[in-house]
Ligand binder design. Structure first.
Ligand code: HEM
Length: 482
């Protein structure tokens, strides 16, 4: 057998030692960062987003990570966002998203390009400003119910505020998009939250655990999913019944029902031969979750920021009361006059974009301006980092709704603000969200005062499982105004 002499062995050890020292010196900053992150992560695993921010501080525009055979690029440069989000080669979604298909089946949020284009074209019909405006009464009714619930239970300890807000937006979504009055409870809304969060958690674990080694999904997840499927079936059943009834009335020459007939997103889906009932169910669950999770979180963050800034809260209150009175309905004519509320929501979405990081999967080599991201790479866009980046925002952690005054628009660095993403695959519900959140906020603020124990934006440590949440809870309190 071949044996090394002592001298050769010594020589090998010296060479290995020298190479290691050279490597450590060359990558000292990176190694220090990795050790720091591992230590911080072991101490508190909910700090993933913060640690990603530490990497981004070291490599502010782009960095690349390899997880076995997967290569992931993380970007935080506005120019790169524009390139990626407007490229036809980056329309598909990465595995973290498409995992949802295993449980729900394909839907607009996860579908690959061909299927997605067909779906988006059809569903876009329901999201024009005119269509959204036609739902304003529904938004107001649901906002009124929310305000009543909050006033009645304001003093109750452990009140699930976010749950109540999720109920408001889920019911508004069901009525406006599916055309059915659908009773949602706080417990139902928690189940929808669970579906999204558990799927996102599993998606993140897929970075370092092969899918065959993944444990089965928890029982609570399976129960939530089967309840959501039952609910979506009953929505389809109910809407089909209504459509048949409307048709009969039409045949009886009752023209007023004509308008009601093809006015909801679900009607387009049910009438389209490509949409099976399974696909319709998947869309219903997806829209219920996408519509209520993001909007309720935004309303919660807006309340949090107003509670931290009582002067801004009072200014909004006076604006609302001077335009809408204490109890008059918030009509479509009055809504544009309360532009302060809109600026507050935009600034809230800057500091707390409910979708803090979004991903794309490249179908070809992507030139993002002097740098090529190869085909079959996963690209993440670190939106929340850019929204708070001092290179693009003066005093980024200051809550200042006037950044979004018309006269300040030119000061916003292009693509440094994309809470609804950008390009052909941006948020289809942008107008729906802005209108429904504005009505809910305006209506709420004239009925209640908001308080929080957080002193500043820096105080609110963040975590993300797809959606941005405060790590230490909301710490919000409401008191009825007399
Ligand atoms: C403040 C509220 C909202 C925010 C911040 C938000 C944000 C976003 C973002 C960033 C995306 C792109 C995701 C990605 O590419 O990974 C997106 C997509 C989407 N959003 Fe929203 N969203 C909001 C409200 C809504 C509402 C109210 C609905 C429906 C009623 C909705 C439905 C969707 C759907 C279906 C997609 C997928 C679109 C596609 O792939 O074509 N969103 N949203």
């Amino acid at each position: 057998m071949y044996q090394l002499s002592t001298t050769t062995m010594f020589l090998y050890i010296v060479i290995a030692f020298v190479i290691s020292i050279w490597y450590v010196i060359r990558h000292w900053n990176l190694l220090k960062l990795i050790v720091k992150c591992i230590y911080a992560y072991i101490r508190c695993p909910g700090r993933g987003l913060e640690l990603l921010g530490m990497f981004q501080d070291a490599f502010p525009d782009i960095f690349r990570v390899r997880f076995s055979i997967k290569t992931v690029y993380v970007l935080a440069k506005p120019e790169y966002y524009e390139k990626v989000l407007s490229s036809p080669l980056a329309v598909d979604k990465p595995e973290v998203y498409t995992l949802l298909d295993q449980f729900l089946g394909p839907n607009i949020f996860t579908a690959a390009e061909n299927l997605w284009r067909q779906q988006r074209r059809l569903l876009n019909l329901s999201f024009s400003q005119k269509r959204i405006d036609s739902h304003s009464e529904i938004f107001l009714e649901e906002a009124d119910n929310l305000a009543k619930e909050l006033v009645t239970h304001a003093s109750q300890k452990n009140l699930d505020l976010e749950g109540l807000m999720r109920v408001c937006f889920a019911q508004a979504t069901a009525r406006a998009l599916f055309g059915v009055k659908f009773k949602v409870t706080v417990e139902d809304s928690r189940k929808m939250d669970r579906i999204f969060i558990e799927t996102a958690r599993r998606g993140v674990h897929l970075f370092y655990v092969p899918s065959i080694l993944m444990p089965p999904m928890p029982k609570a997840f399976n129960k939530s999913l089967s309840d959501a499927i039952i609910a979506s079936k009953s929505i389809i059943f109910e809407r089909r019944k209504q459509l048949v009834r409307n048709k009969t009335l039409l045949q009886d020459d009752k023209p007023q029902t004509e308008r009601a007939q093809k006015s909801h997103m679900l009607d387009y889906i049910l009438e389209c031969p490509e949409f099976t009932d399974e696909r319709a169910m998947s869309e219903i669950i997806l829209f219920l979750i996408a519509g209520n999770e993001t909007s309720s979180a935004t309303l919660m963050y807006a309340c949090l920021l107003l509670a931290m800034h009582p002067d801004i809260q009072e200014k909004l209150y006076h604006d609302v009361v001077s335009i809408c009175g204490l109890d008059d309905p918030i009509t479509l004519e009055k809504l544009p006059k309360i532009d302060y509320a809109e600026r507050i929501i935009k600034e809230t979405l800057r500091l707390f974009p409910s979708a803090p990081i979004i991903g794309r999967y490249t179908q070809g080599d992507l030139d993002i301006g002097g740098r090529v991201i190869p085909k079959h790479s996963t690209v993440y866009l670190h939106i929340v980092y850019t929204h708070r980046d001092p290179r693009f925002w003066q005093e980024p952690l200051t809550f200042d709704p006037d950044r979004f005054l018309q006269e300040n628009a030119s000061k916003i660095y292009p693509f440094s603000y994309i809470p609804f993403s950008y390009g052909s695959r941006n948020c289809i519900g942008l107008r729906f969200a802005m209108t429904s959140i504005k009505i809910a906020l305006v209506n709420l603020i004239r009925k209640v005062k908001v308080f929080t124990d957080y002193k500043s934006v820096e105080d609110v440590k963040l975590k993300a499982h797809f959606l941005l949440r405060p790590r230490d809870g909301w710490k919000l309190r409401f008191e009825a105004r007399n």
